[in-house]
Design a protein around this ligand. Structure first.
Ligand SMILES: [Zn+2]
Ligand SMILES: [Zn+2]
Length: 322
């Protein structure tokens, strides 16, 4: 099958990159792996973008990002709209914050220079336009002053964001007040630093391990049963089936039937569900989770093999914290 047939990545993000040397230098990009991408921008790994290759502006840092895209194409669309607010059809021209900065030789409008305010205001706008507003996106901020600027913008914006959009912060841990850096306390310095920011994001499928273990057992042993929606028997391998993500629940159905169930009255329109309730276990189901598991099952045999082969150490640690 062609390259398109990859499973939905564990994470896909559109990020705001800032020069630590000159904060006014900002850049927007997208990646499934922010730590690796940042290394590329900083010249520590191959494949950086030309515009971030100037040594005088390095190192770069990611001060914020948007996650929760259903896949790469969705993220690229969002990245493009955020990078080209003067062109994007998603943004009505009356509400564009950055108007075009003149025209290029070919008559096309020039891209205006990004400023933090223009990026944040266009981000706010994009999260509200119908084409993106239904996606279960998360907005992350990793620099306190960028989060402050965002809050300030939210207070002045005419419209609030949908409540399905989560805003999360994760800032650099401040040095502990009981053990200031200049004190004679070497043990504080030796403590391994807890990962934060882009280094604390889930970059693999590990959080899905139990879910995938369950669905593997259902589909391997052909226990699909009958569809949760239309009640027809689900013949193994005869269609696109999705299974409830809640522990222990084997409720399975056609993708189209889950969609109808989750959309309720809205069904029939060309829209994607966000969340719903499983009719069998009554637990909440997130559409993106169902799709991620299904895409992994159908298109990611290698990824599944890797996920289910993970050393048991990791699992034991995760369990001991619960
Ligand atoms: Zn059905
Ligand atoms: Zn269920």
């Amino acid at each position: 099958m062609p390259a398109l047939s990859k499973p939905i990545p564990p994470l896909y993000t559109v990020y705001i990159l800032r020069s630590t040397v000159r904060h006014a230098s900002l850049y927007i990009g997208s990646t499934p792996h922010p730590p690796r991408r940042l290394k590329q921008h900083n010249g520590e790994a191959k494949g950086g973008a030309v515009r971030t290759s100037r040594n005088t502006l390095r190192p770069w840092e990611m001060v914020g990002l948007v996650s929760g895209f259903p896949g790469m194409v969705a993220a690229l669309k969002f990245e493009w709209a955020l990078t080209n607010p003067h062109l994007s059809l998603h943004i009505p021209s009356s509400s564009r914050i950055s108007t075009s900065a003149g025209t290029k030789r070919n008559g096309h409008p020039k891209r205006p220079r990004h400023s933090l305010t223009s990026i944040l205001s266009n981000l706010h706008l994009l999260l509200r336009v119908p084409s993106f507003a239904r996606w279960p996106l998360n907005v992350h901020f990793f620099a306190p002053e960028v989060h402050e600027a965002w809050k300030k913008w939210c207070r002045t914006a005419n419209e609030p964001l949908r409540d399905t959009i989560r805003v999360l912060t994760d800032f650099a841990p401040s040095p502990s007040p009981s053990a200031p850096r200049d004190s004679e306390n070497p043990s504080a310095d030796n403590e391994p630093q807890k990962p934060w920011g882009i280094h604390a994001l889930p970059l693999d499928y590990a959080p899905m391990k139990d879910y995938v273990t369950k669905t593997q057992s259902i589909y391997d042993f052909e226990r699909e049963g009958s569809c949760v929606g239309c009640k027809e028997p689900l013949e193994p391998g005869k269609g696109l089936y999705a299974t409830c993500s809640n522990p222990g629940c084997e409720c399975t159905g056609h993708v189209s039937c889950w969609s109808k169930l989750m959309l309720g009255k809205e069904a029939g329109e060309d829209i994607i569900p966000i969340t719903g309730v499983c009719p069998r276990c009554k637990g909440e189901v997130v559409w993106g989770d169902l799709m991620k598991e299904m895409s992994l099952r159908i298109r990611g045999p290698k990824e599944i093999e890797k996920l289910l082969k993970k050393p048991r150490k990791r699992k034991a640690r995760a369990e001991s914290t619960t």
